[in-house]
Design a protein around this ligand. Structure first.
Ligand code: ADP
Ligand code: MG
Length: 255
């Protein structure tokens, strides 16, 4: 049986990896026809659709690869609740120039003040700017480095882990790390130094990191490099979690 022209076009679109055209051929042709497009307008319309689809797919894949525990956006962060944060800095950082120059971001403060929220929000912005991003809870990153060391593949693993342009390390400081882990972390930091960005969150001020990384010298070497080219944001306000809890309790009492 003879192949229809539509079938042939779909097969050619598939071979050319024009998946939008392959899947929406009739719709595209109808729109071109209905809108009476010139040949150039038609090409512009079809190429535009292909690019739109490809970029959306790419963003979806990059978002999955980032492993965010939740999606948090800058627009959803209530700056009025945290007067200790300078809104000008938040706005300046959202231009994302710091990623281009391999600068770091660090958020410090007690639990619930929005450190992880802001770290993920800048991670999302980085993705929107086309940068690759990966989120790690600090214990997971250190466990991965230690496992690679035990298996004798530390350098390869470090190269692989270091690929993303932005790495978020969440919650440094909740657990103390032994001498070996501190050394492994230092290697990790050194490899990215002045090249690729790191976002860290911590409940401990930099001066207390000596308590986190048991070795004082290694701890100093880590903080030296990590905070050399870094925007430090210290949040000293109340916990948003507790605030939300209180609001809920008030609502229950009113009802
Ligand atoms: P931290 O990492 O400092 O412990 P989180 O970032 O996990 O705190 O914040 C706790 C919860 O409160 C999250 O759901 C977060 O989205 C929300 N949150 C914190 N601060 C704010 C804020 N200023 N505006 C809106 N939501 C906030
Ligand atoms: Mg957190």
């Amino acid at each position: 049986m003879e192949e229809t022209l539509d079938c042939r076009l779909q097969k050619m679109a598939a071979r050319l990896k024009l998946t939008y055209t392959r899947d929406h051929l009739s719709e595209l042709v109808d729109n071109v026809d209905r809108s009476k497009m010139s040949p150039r307008e038609m090409l512009d319309y079809i190429f535009g659709k292909e690019i739109e689809k490809r970029e959306a797919n790419h963003y979806k894949q990059a978002l999955m690869a980032a492993h965010f525990p939740a999606i948090k956006k800058l627009k959803d962060f209530d700056l009025t609740f945290q007067p200790s944060i300078n809104p000008g800095i938040i706005r300046e950082l959202s231009k994302m120039e710091w990623v281009e120059t391999g600068r770091n971001l660090a958020f410090f403060g007690p639990p619930g003040v929005g450190k992880t929220h802001l770290a993920i929000a800048y991670g999302c912005l980085a993705l929107e700017h086309g940068y690759s991003v990966r989120f790690y809870p600090a214990p997971l990153l250190l466990a991965l480095l230690e496992k690679a060391q035990k298996e004798g593949v530390f350098d390869e693993k470090l190269r692989e882990i270091n690929k993303p342009k932005v790495i978020i390390i969440d919650e440094i400081g909740y657990l103390p790390y032994n001498h070996n882990l501190a050394h492994l972390f230092f290697h990790f930091i050194s490899k990215r130094y002045e090249k690729k960005s790191i976002i860290v969150t911590s409940n401990r001020a930099p001066s207390e990191w000596r308590l986190v990384f048991s070795d004082q010298q290694v701890s100093d070497a880590i903080t030296d490099r990590l905070f050399h080219h870094c925007s430090l944001i210290v949040i000293s306000g109340d916990s948003y979690r507790l605030h939300q809890q209180e609001m809920q309790n008030q609502n229950i009492q009113v009802q």
